[in-house]
Design a protein around this ligand. Structure first.
Ligand code: SF4
Length: 288
C-alpha cells in the first residue's frame, strides 16, 4: 500500500470532530511504558490491566467492545457515547492516529497509509475544521514522552537481540557447526504472537511487560533504562554459565523470541526483523 510521508511542518486537517470510528476495529500494540500508563489511569496494577484488557502477554490492546455499524468491535477502553475511558493514559498509537511513525536513518517521519487522508473516509467534516501542522498536533496530543518511550524500547529490543547474537556467535556455538539456531530464529519470526508468547513463557513475558520498577517514575527514558538493566541482569543470571551447545541454542532462541515479541509490541514486522537479524548473523559466520 502507498504511504504518504510527512514532516512536523506538514499542514493537515488534524483537528478532530470526534465523530469517527477511530476506536473501532484497530490494532493497538503496546510497549511496557504504555501498559503502565494505562494502569495508572485506570488505578489498577499493570498486571491487572494486562490480564483484563490485553492479548499476547500484554503487547496488544483488546478490542472486544460493542461493534459499530460496520461490525468493527470497539476498543476495550471505549465507553459508548462517552469515548475513551483512559484518555490521559492512552498510548502513542492513539495519540498519533491517523498518523503512524517511522524512523529511517535516525530521522523520524510521520506517515499515513494511502494517498487520501484517512479521516476523510468516515469524517469528511474534518475539512471544515481548523488545520494544524503535524508538530502542533503532536504537541496537543502530548505525544512527546510516549515517543521517547518508543525510541528507548527500540534500543532495548536491539540490546536483547544482541544477547541472542552473543550466545550464537561469541560462545563458539556457530563455530562448532551449528545450523539449527538460525532456522529456529526464522521459525519464531513467523510464529503467531500467541504461540511465541507461550514459547517464551510466563517468567520472561512478565519480565518484559511487567518489570519490577517503581511505578512512580515519571520519566519514560529513566523507566526504560532501568528496565533494560533488569533484562540484562536476568539474562546474565540465566545464561552466564551455559556449557553445552544445546543449552546455548535454547538460550539464543529464547532470548531472540523475547526481542521479537517486544518488536511486535513496538509495531515492527517480526518476520522482516528476524530475516534482517538472520542475515546479520550469517555475515558474522553463522550458518543455516
Ligand atoms: S485507548 Fe482510548 S483512544 Fe485508544 S483506541 Fe482505546 S478507546 Fe480509543
Amino acid at each position: 500500500m502507498q504511504v504518504t510521508k510527512l514532516n512536523t511542518q506538514s499542514i493537515l486537517p488534524l483537528t478532530c470532530s470526534r465523530s469517527g470510528t477511530c476506536c473501532f476495529g484497530k490494532t493497538v500494540m503496546l510497549n511496557p511504558w504504555e501498559l503502565l500508563s494505562f494502569s495508572k489511569e485506570k488505578k489498577i496494577t499493570s498486571r491487572e490491566f494486562r490480564d483484563l484488557y490485553c492479548e499476547f502477554g500484554g503487547i496488544r490492546l483488546r478490542f472486544n467492545g460493542k461493534p459499530d455499524k460496520k461490525g468493527q468491535q470497539a476498543c476495550s477502553q471505549y465507553v459508548e457515547n462517552v469515548g475513551c475511558s483512559v484518555h490521559l493514559g492512552r498510548p502513542l498509537a492513539c495519540r498519533l492516529y491517523p498518523l503512524g511513525r517511522q524512523i529511517q536513518s535516525n530521522k523520524t517521519h510521520y506517515i499515513y497509509q494511502g494517498d487520501t487522508f484517512p479521516c476523510l473516509t468516515d469524517c469528511s467534516e474534518v475539512l471544515e475544521l481548523p488545520k494544524l501542522s503535524v508538530g502542533e498536533y503532536l504537541k496537543g496530543q502530548e505525544a512527546d514522552p510516549f515517543e521517547k518511550a518508543q525510541d528507548e524500547y527500540l534500543i532495548i529490543m536491539q540490546n536483547i537481540a544482541d544477547i541472542a547474537f552473543e550466545l550464537l556467535l561469541d560462545s563458539g556455538l556457530a563455530a562448532s557447526g551449528d545450523t539449527k539456531t538460525l532456522s529456529v530464529w526464522r521459525e519464531i519470526g513467523n510464529e503467531l504472537p500467541e504461540l511465541l508468547a507461550a514459547r517464551i513463557g510466563e517468567e520472561w513475558i512478565d519480565c518484559l511487560m511487567l518489570p519490577a520498577i517503581n511505578d512512580n517514575i515519571e520519566n519514560p527514558t529513566t523507566f526504560a533504562q532501568k528496565h533494560n538493566d533488569l533484562l540484562l541482569l536476568k539474562a546474565q543470571e540465566k545464561f552466564g554459565n551455559l556449557q553445552t551447545p544445546q543449552e546455548l541454542h535454547d538460550a539464543s532462541v529464547l532470548i531472540m523470541g523475547v526481542a521479537l515479541h517486544l518488536a511486535r509490541g513496538l509495531g515492527a514486522d517480526a518476520k522482516e526483523i528476524s530475516e534482517h537479524w538472520i542475515e546479520t548473523a550469517k555475515s558474522h559466520g553463522a550458518k543455516e
